[in-house]
Structures are given as C-alpha cells and as structure tokens.
Design a protein around this ligand. Structure first.
Ligand code: 5GP
Length: 193
C-alpha cells in the first residue's frame, strides 16, 4: 500500500526573518546568501533614505519619496514598516513575499527589530533569527569603522543597538556572526530545516 504524501510545510514556515543590532553584519550575510544561494528569495525593502554610492535602486532597496511611502502605507501594501534610527522609513512590500511563499520558495527578510515584531504578529509561523555580534566591543568597532555616518548618527545607531541586543530572547534562534560565510551557511541550514 502506498503511504500518503507527507503534507508540505505550511508556507509561512518557509519565511525567515533575520534581525539584529545595527552594523552586526546582516547586510553582508544577506549579500552572501544572495550570491551563493540563489534558491533563496530575498525581499527588497522600500525606504525613504537616500541612496548610497554603489547601491542599486530595485536591487538593494526601492528608494521612494515620503509621499510614495505614505501611499504604500495607506494602501496597506506593506507587510511591516518602521522608522529606523529615528530617521528614515523602511518597509517590506507584502505582495512579493506572498507570491514567493505561494510558489514554495524559501524567503528571507532582513529587517530591524520593530519590523520583526510586526511580522511575528501577522505570521507567527515564520522563523525569527537573531544575528548577534561576537562582542559588544566588536559591534562598536564595526559601527564606527564603517565611516559612513557622522558622530550624531553613530550615537543614534548605538542607542538603537543597545535595545536590539536586549531583544535576543524574543527570537527562535541566534547566530553569532564570527565570520560571514559561516554565519550565512548556518542561516541557510536553519532555513532548510
Ligand atoms: P541601512 O540604511 O543601513 O541599509 O539599514 C538600516 C536598517 O534598516 C537595518 O537595520 C535594516 O535591517 C533595516 N531595514 C532594512 N529594510 C527594512 C524593512 O523593510 N523594514 C524594517 N523594519 N527595517 C528594515
């Protein structure tokens, strides 16, 4: 007698949310996944912040005006959104996430903690992964070493990071970012499990 097919995992369990303190390396881990694991679909956020040199509109972010962002919020087109570092707004377009999950793709959101909390309310079956720095000192070194922000901005980011570090307990799993490649592969293993 043939056994019934095991029922597929619920679509939302294929969604992984990666969050963690500022400058912990979420962007770099995500870039590694983009390059080495094309089977994983990575959400492209909308943001009102200015485009940085080297960033490509539609690849790293969809860069939008305040008015355009307002329209996305009013139309309920964002799965989550937040003001990050008290400056710019960032959000996850809902439709592509739903389409990818419906197709059975593994999907990854790299967002801040406020956004992760909103996704947990709407999709509690998703997997929530916290990327932690090897140490607080190391995090500060990365934050200051990046050199893309002025003093006031760095202080704002540190303040956000202190709150974010304390939030680790809310997550399903923690990955310590000792090394990008290892952290990214750990993330992929978690997503597949
Ligand atoms: P950056 O401006 O350096 O690219 O990103 C700043 C922060 O915004 C990062 O912590 C990143 O995780 C967060 N972020 C990026 N996209 C989104 C999003 O769609 N939603 C939320 N809530 N945060 C996001």
């Amino acid at each position: 007698m043939t056994q019934p097919e095991p029922s597929p995992a619920p679509a939302h369990s294929r969604l992984t949310v990666l969050a963690g303190p500022t400058a912990v390396g979420k962007g770099t881990v995500t870039a590694y996944v983009r390059e080495h694991h094309p089977e994983v679909w990575i959400s492209v956020s909308v943001t009102t912040r200015k485009q940085r040199p080297g960033e490509i509109d539609g690849v790293h972010y969809h860069f939008v005006s305040d008015v355009e962002f307002d329209e996305l919020v009013a139309g309920d087109e964002l799965l989550e959104w937040a003001v990050v570092h008290k400056r710019a707004r960032y959000g996850t377009p809902r439709k592509p996430v739903m389409e990818m999950l419906a197709q059975g793709r593994l999907a990854l959101l790299e967002i801040d903690l406020q956004g992760a909390r909103q996704v947990r309310e709407r999709m509690p079956e998703a997997r929530f992964v916290f990327l932690a720095p090897p140490s607080w000192d190391e995090l500060i070194r990365r934050l200051v070493g990046r050199g893309t922000e002025d003093e006031a901005e760095r202080e704002r980011r540190l303040e956000t990071a202190r709150g974010e570090l304390a939030a680790e307990a809310e997550f399903d799993a923690t990955i310590v970012n000792h090394e990008i490649h290892a952290a990214a592969e750990q993330l992929i293993d978690l997503m597949r499990s």
